[in-house]
Design a protein around this ligand. Sequence first.
Ligand SMILES: [Zn+2]
Length: 294
Amino acid sequence: MTKKKRKLKKKALAIITVTLIIILLIPILFLNKNEPKTAKKESKKTNELGDIAKKIDFYKDDYTDRYLAYKKANPNLSNEKVIVNVNIGLDYPYYENVQKTKYLNTSYIIVNKYNSLDSDYVPSNMEKIDSSFSKGERLMVDYAQEAFEELARSALEEGYNIYAMSTYRSYEYQNSLYNNYVSLDGQDKADTYSARAGFSEHQTGLAADVCNKEQPYTEFENTKEFNWMQENAYKYGFILRYPKDKVEETGYMYEPWHYRYVGKEIAEYIHQKNITYEEYYVRFIESKKDINKD
Ligand SMILES: [Zn+2]
């Protein structure tokens, strides 16, 4: 064999070896890529919502039809927002498809037009708010009451007067309040600003309607105290519960006077992300707790 021939033979062998390796590798790579798909068959419906749906940990398989119907009705919403809104319950009219709320006597309880409290629910460990920060005798769950006093004390030190004018309300009291509003304004109007009994956040002992004592609470938005609350309430664990730009999501008109205790960590997140408690709840409370339970 000449030197040239030997070189050519070497070259040919090398090419054959590389080709063989590639041929052998292709099916291995191909099979690996397909393994998850064959292991877990995805439904056609889930695919219609796109890849994002599969990655969202609060995606509920049994809600797939609801997600698709809501997406069809709201094509401009992202898939993630579709899932958030359906999990909140927004694909149903308010007060329909209601469930009894979970996590009673916790700071992360949700009460709204889809999550209700029993008529006999009274939160445990309520305390009176210091009379220098409240109008009349006002009760809140002890940790919320402490946080509220801390907030009001800090505000006062800076020259702002924050008073709790309505906090815990019993089922019976809410019922008479709501019925009064209905007789005054009719049910449709009353529903925009007053909760039906069993659906009021005030029954949790974690909500406070505030004022500056000089003006009625309905004028709170136009006070310097409101600006202070906008900047500081979250530092004490409180959120503005019914913001101006979230009326559909919360089911309530803008209420600049209504604050809800959720704890500092949650309040800071909601403040920074500008989301509703509804959205926070379906993203971080409901899904996580359900996983823990299952
Ligand atoms: Zn209120």
